[in-house]
Design a protein. Structure first.
Length: 84
């Protein structure tokens, strides 16, 4: 049968289906446009530049990202073609 979602959970599901990120519900069935508020893209770019400048190299930055990803979710390693 079809699952009925009520109350706060219904609001979260509704938000997830409209592109609003709420970190509680992940919609893995479709890929919608991510809507960002004013200044968010620039802030993300600044943080990214800061992260890259703190790493010894771009390769080291990439390795740090993969290490964090695979440490948090080891099962994802099988989705990548090259081993860590």
């Amino acid at each position: 049968g079809e699952e009925v979602v009520e109350g706060e959970e219904a609001q979260e599901v509704g938000e997830a289906s409209t592109g609003t990120y709420n970190a509680k519900v992940v919609n893995d069935q479709i890929f919608e446009e991510l809507l960002l508020g004013p200044g968010i893209a620039e802030e993300v770019q600044n943080v990214w530049r800061t992260f890259l400048s703190s790493a010894e190299s771009r390769e080291a930055a990439g390795e740090a990202i993969y290490a964090a990803l695979f440490d948090a979710a080891p099962s994802l390693q099988s989705l990548f073609k090259t081993p860590r």
